[in-house]
Design a protein around this ligand. Structure first.
Ligand code: NDP
Ligand code: 2IT
Length: 451
């Protein structure tokens, strides 16, 4: 608690007490409150009206049963969640995660982060998150469809283009979004395209939404590197994960001249000194839905597969690290290895992938560090562009949409940098992102009264 301003300590104590056992949520709140001491010192009115207490309390939390029948005729039960965190700036907006680790604390941390992230985009979207402990791995197409339909049978009553707009996250991609939208449309008898984003182009999706999170993180890191007179060209890069965010990070880094030498999934990582063959990775991961060892097998003896638990992907030397798998995947030990190997910049593609200890190491070593709520905001920003296209029954070209994404990422970078300067911590993107996101949400909440 010593790193928190004393006026904010009772707020954190109350969050810890009222959300017992929700470690990831505690971690996310702690990190934001650590930054807010400088805000309340300069602008004490943010302590009024319980603004900070209210921002830490979700507006609504929905937990429900999802029954479905598997291919053997057995009834399966999963738990569904939607945390509608904050709607001061617009309808709740944020993805759905399907992963066996999902619980209320994880969805709450993601919804909390989303609120500040969405504020940083400058777009009219509030924060929310949802998901289920359903594990899509090894499930047939028909099982995934039945599960998505059962989930939406309950969830649809809480959604709407002006109420709450889900999208994808871990375990939820174009296929799942299609099944969820199909069931929403059937239950409501409305073609309300703006109720969900990440749709395929065939039925109201946006160009560049699939690429947006990975591309956006790459734009953000490029902007950080430029502040030190450098860029991706010729740099060794490690990207963890091999899902949506990782794949399109690798694509953009390669187009900027970087060499991505390693990526991973939960079973381990591969090291490819010639640079990841992206067409092959896409075929294995997006097409065949296979494990990452298959990439090493297909590439031949020059590529190594290292099973999870043997050694960490973060021990592979690199100049830029872009963690794009899941929360707390970069430990203090991993950060020390990265720093020892000369890492210059870290861009969080995933949500909260670096532990507080890891962030401390990067900060002390002067490593450029982009926090997820700023660096991975390109995905949700492009979701907001998808909502905009749906509302005006329009669709833009890839080039137009990507140009908007690039401008948004530049603007988020500059907002974080200037906010950090203004609050006496130049180069501290964590502080800049937390403060700029908080101020935008808190100002709107103040104007809307005590609700
Ligand atoms: P995907 O499901 O497409 O890919 C996730 C990748 O991370 C897979 O390679 C997966 O491996 C790995 N992974 C997931 N959980 C774990 C775990 N517990 N341990 C080790 N590896 C794991 O998800 P996304 O790419 O969409 O999401 C990745 C991260 O980016 C998440 O933190 C998400 O919240 C964040 N994010 C996503 C956005 C989006 O638009 N999709 C936007 C902003 C942030 P395996 O297949 O073996 O499980
Ligand atoms: O964490 C995230 O920002 C996402 N999973 C994307 C959310 C969205 O609504 O596009």
């Amino acid at each position: 608690m010593n790193d928190i301003d004393e006026k904010l300590r009772p707020i954190l104590a109350s969050v810890l007490h009222r959300n017992a056992g929700e470690g990831e949520f505690h971690q996310a709140v702690h990190e934001v409150l650590e930054s807010l001491g400088r805000v309340v010192a300069k602008h004490p009115h943010f302590l009024d009206l319980a603004l900070i207490e209210r921002i830490c309390e979700p507006e609504r939390q929905i937990i429900f049963r999802i029954p479905w029948i598997d291919d053997r005729g057995q009834v399966q039960i999963n738990r569904g969640f939607r945390v509608q965190f904050n709607s001061a700036l617009g309808p709740y907006k944020g993805g759905m995660r399907f992963h066996p680790s999902v619980n209320i604390g994880i969805i709450k941390f993601l919804g909390f982060e989303q609120t500040f992230k969405n504020a940083l985009t400058g777009m009219p979207i509030g924060g929310g998150k949802g998901g289920s402990d359903f594990d899509p791995k090894g499930r047939s197409e028909a099982e995934v469809m039945r599960f998505c339909q059962s989930m939406m049978t309950e969830l649809h009553r809480h959604l709407g283009e002006f109420t709450d707009v889900p999208a994808g996250d871990i375990g939820v991609g174009g296929r799942e979004i299609g099944y969820m939208f199909g069931q929403f449309k059937r239950l409501t008898n409305r073609y309300e395209a703006g109720v969900i984003t990440g749709k395929a182009l065939a039925y109201g999706g946006s160009q560049a939404r699939t690429e947006a999170t990975g591309y956006g993180n790459t734009y953000f890191v490029q902007a950080m590197l430029e502040t030190r007179g450098t860029g991706f060209d010729g740099k060794r890069v490690v990207v963890s994960g091999a899902g949506n965010v990782a794949i399109y990070t690798i694509e953009k880094v390669q187009s900027f001249g970087g060499r991505v030498v390693a990526c991973s999934d939960s079973s381990g990582h591969v090291i490819d000194e010639d640079g990841i063959d992206l067409a092959l990775l896409k075929e294995i991961k997006e097409g065949r839905r296979q494990r990452i060892a298959e990439y090493a097998r297909a590439r031949g003896p020059r590529v190594h597969f290292v099973a999870a638990g043997r050694s960490s992907i973060w021990e592979v030397p690199c100049e830029v690290a872009m963690p794009s798998a899941t929360q707390n995947e970069v430990s203090g030990k991993a950060a020390r290895a990265l720093v020892q190997n000369g890492v210059q910049a870290v861009g969080e593609g995933a949500n909260m992938p670096c532990t507080p200890e890891a962030i401390r190491h990067f900060r002390e070593a002067g490593v450029l560090f982009a926090p997820g709520k700023a660096a991975n905001a390109g995905g949700v920003a492009t979701s907001a562009l998808e909502m905009q296209q749906n509302a005006s029954r329009d669709s833009w070209t890839f080039e137009q949409t990507e140009a908007r994404l690039a401008a948004i990422m530049r603007s988020i970078h500059d907002t974080c940098a200037t906010t950090a300067d203004e609050y006496g911590a130049p180069g501290d993107y964590v502080l800049g992102a937390n403060i700029a996101g908080f101020v935008r949400v808190a100002e709107a909440m103040r104007m809307l009264g005590v609700i």
